[in-house]
Design a binder for this molecule. Structure first.
Ligand code: ADP
Ligand code: FRU
Length: 295
């Protein structure tokens, strides 16, 4: 399983209460985490027992040794990561409110170039790759090229050879792009749907299903309202959330949902069962700090 997208350093502070502007408080806990959507997704896929790899650009900065060690700790292959000199690692200051587990993210990406299609194509596609998940980042034209590259590879296969399944996630506030017509699975976040004026998960999938290719599916996680999925020729299926005993930390809940849903789909489970598993693992994640105890 390959996750393509962002690697960031998350500097995560847990606070007793959400800060008011121009005040000070001592934080309860502070730690560095390897973050970024694709990086988090690769972590959860590995914890769920998949052979996982991260592909993306990585800054040759002083944080790199921490990030590399952390990939190693989770047994995530980074042979296809492209190290870029003379730039800074993207960082997120993440505030976790101890009262409700909410996460507030202050993200900064100064000058790390996005992965180009040419860089992606440097690495051969082969039958060992089951699934490639792309984080929908600003380099949409490049991601379209990468998806076309995978499509060309799939078309070159014989009938009995397993094709590579693709998924793309749109999480941030981004405009529409032709990407939506390429992947087998399109993950839409609540934030992305709301940016397009959609008010519920039902509205979101009804809207995005018109943009995907005929055989594809749209999947949408909607925070405490669970998740929904649809294909062009079937009615939507839904899952409720699985609330943990206490919500501790929601940072990366969406990335966890995506990874767990992909894990279930890759094993041949139905859309309904896969999003239910996604909600189950994402709910468990919300009840713990980080991802470690998910496995
Ligand atoms: P994001 O991290 O992208 O903001 P969401 O907030 O939409 O992601 O959450 C993704 C999934 O995580 C939801 O579909 C749900 O299954 C699970 N989840 C989120 N918040 C909670 C919560 N408070 N309790 C249980 N599960 C949750
Ligand atoms: C969580 C996350 C963090 C990262 C931020 C980037 O979904 O991937 O790990 O710093 O979002 O926007």
């Amino acid at each position: 399983m390959i996750s393509v997208g962002l690697l960031a350093l998350d500097i995560k502070s847990t606070v007793e209460y959400y800060p008011r502007e121009d005040t000070g408080q001592r934080v309860i806990d502070q730690r560095w985490h390897r973050g970024g959507n694709a990086s988090n997704t690769s972590t959860v896929l590995s914890l769920l027992g998949h052979k996982s790899a991260f592909v993306g650009t990585v800054a040759r900065s002083h944080e790199l040794s921490f990030l590399e060690k952390d990939f190693k700790k989770y047994d995530i292959n980074i042979d296809r990561a492209i190290v870029k000199a003379d730039c800074s690692a993207p960082t997120s200051i993440c505030i976790i409110n101890q009262q409700n587990g909410s996460r507030t993210i202050l993200h900064h990406n100064k000058d790390l170039p996005e992965l180009s299609c040419e860089e992606f194509k440097q690495f051969p596609l082969d039958s060992g790759i089951k699934w490639i998940h792309f984080e929908g980042r600003p380099n949409t034209d490049q991601i379209v090229g990468m998806l076309q590259h995978v499509e060309t590879y799939n078309k070159s296969l014989g009938v009995n050879q397993p094709r590579i399944v693709t998924s793309v996630e749109f999480e941030k506030k981004r405009e529409f792009s032709p990407i939506e017509t390429f992947p087998d699975y399109l993950f839409i976040s609540k934030e992305h749907a709301q940016f397009h004026g959609l008010k519920s998960k039902e509205q979101a999938v009804e809207f995005f299903v018109s943009k995907i290719k005929p055989s594809a599916s749209v999947i949408c996680a909607w925070s405490e309202d669970g998740a929904i999925a649809i294909t062009k020729d079937s009615s939507p299926v839904t899952s409720a959330i699985f609330p943990p005993p206490k919500v501790i930390d929601t940072l990366g809940a969406g990335d966890t949902f995506n990874a767990a849903t992909i894990s279930a789909l890759s094993k041949g489970h139905s859309l309904k069962d896969s999003i239910t598993y996604g909600c189950k693992i994402a709910g468990a994640k919300c009840g713990i700090e980080g991802f470690d105890k998910l496995s």
